[in-house]
Design a protein around this ligand. Structure first.
Ligand SMILES: [Zn+2]
Length: 395
């Protein structure tokens, strides 16, 4: 039988909920036996339900957050984009390679942390809001006084540049839109503003789920498919007769439609991954798309969306991006299958193993594979391929 699931609700209807619930979950994760069928393993299924349930309840006012700078509304990197050691936990906002633009508190709250380092975030401020959610602003040139002078005083006392101090609500309260700092190039990378939204347990949320943040970006350009990869998952898997990753350029048939030019013969269990980029109208930078669905013969087999991360999962970059293809200079491929040990929260209710195509579950002959990619503005592109299951496969 082919594993399928029902079409998901529109993504923005999926609200962000009480993520602290999730932290306790991730802390108790134990390795699973990959031989267990995830579809019949009730403990796994109930745990998946448990993970997802809190997100059906809105726990922060999504409409209350504003764009945190007047530098630009250009995004140079999206949430969960590839980084060598982690998934990107926020968004990068272009400051036109310059420093000194104002940074505004995205919402009412208080400065809850001052962080200064020569590496990583550089100079960074956190603002904690009434509901416990936190916004973070990094690579700053300087803080606004009196925060800057307070930080300087602490640096002087400790005789160190690096500083990490948590503050209570009485020190530096802020209103929405208050100037709190200026953009810079401190820490890693060139001048830009790195902006994060985290829940009260410090789990990163995709800032584009906040309507005032996403609506600031003009985006009518759909994602662009570049390549597809078929990866053997089991020892007996073959693609075009060989037990090795099969990578193919896709062909454009119009701005939103792509095809794989030749049918691909599959046996055993095979994972699909794709190299897709997305850009908004004003943007020369390309980031990853927001959401995927994959269908076989019209039935939904897999879906993912980069809504949020558990703080403890941010290092799982190899679970999402194919490191082998990256090493072989093929680019950043996003996996459309969930391998054992993947604890990322991008997959809604899907269990481990979802998305992989098991040739033994299909009738011999041609089958249609369809991958749909969306950006956060809802622009959509589709890639269609034909895969062939040989008659010789034992059934
Ligand atoms: Zn960043």
């Amino acid at each position: 039988m082919v594993r399928t699931l029902n079409r998901q609700q529109p993504l923005l209807a999926i609200s962000i909920g009480l993520l602290c619930f999730l932290t306790s979950f991730s802390g108790t994760t134990t390795p699973r036996d990959p031989k267990n069928n995830p579809l019949t393993n009730h403990s796994v299924v109930s745990r998946v339900e448990e993970i997802y349930a809190p997100f059906d309840t809105l726990r922060t006012d999504l409409r209350d957050y504003i764009w945190p700078t007047n530098a630009s509304t250009v995004i140079t990197s999206s949430f969960a984009d590839y980084r060598r050691t982690h998934l990107h936990e926020g968004i990068d906002i272009s400051t036109n390679s310059q420093k000194g633009y104002p940074v505004y508190a995205a919402r009412e709250g208080y400065v809850s942390r001052i962080f200064i380092s020569r590496r990583g975030y550089g100079k960074m401020l956190s603002v904690r809001h009434r509901d416990g959610f936190v916004t973070m602003y990094a690579h700053l040139q300087r803080f606004k006084d009196p925060i800057e002078s307070y930080a300087k005083q602490l640096q002087k006392q400790s005789r160190k540049y690096a500083l990490e101090v948590d503050l209570d609500s009485s020190m530096f309260p802020v209103s929405k839109g208050d100037l709190i700092a200026h953009t810079g190039d401190t820490g890693i990378g060139s001048a830009h503003l790195h902006f994060e939204v985290r829940d009260s347990s410090f789990n990163p949320i995709n800032p584009f789920l906040l309507p005032q943040i996403s609506s600031a970006i003009s985006d009518l350009i759909p994602p662009v498919f570049h390549m597809i990869a078929f990866t053997p998952i089991s020892g007996t898997s073959k693609i075009q007769g060989r037990h090795r990753v099969w990578v193919e350029d896709v062909k454009s048939e119009g701005p939103e439609s792509y095809i794989v030019p030749q049918p691909v013969k599959l046996s055993g269990s095979v994972g699909i991954s794709v190299r897709v980029t997305d850009q908004s109208d004003v943007l020369k930078y390309r980031t990853g798309p927001y959401r995927f669905e994959m269908y076989v013969d019209g039935q939904l087999l897999f879906s993912s969306a980069k809504k949020f991360l558990l703080e403890s999962e941010a290092h799982q970059v190899a679970a999402y991006y194919d490191k082998g293809l990256l090493r072989s200079q093929k680019g950043r491929f996003e996996k459309l299958y969930i391998e054992s040990g993947n604890r990322l929260s991008f997959y809604n209710r899907l269990p481990e193993g979802a998305g992989s195509i098991d040739a033994s579950e299909f009738e011999p002959g041609d089958h249609e594979l369809k991958v749909v990619a969306w950006d956060l503005a809802g622009n959509e592109s589709t890639l269609t391929a034909i895969f062939v299951i040989g008659k010789s496969i034992a059934r």
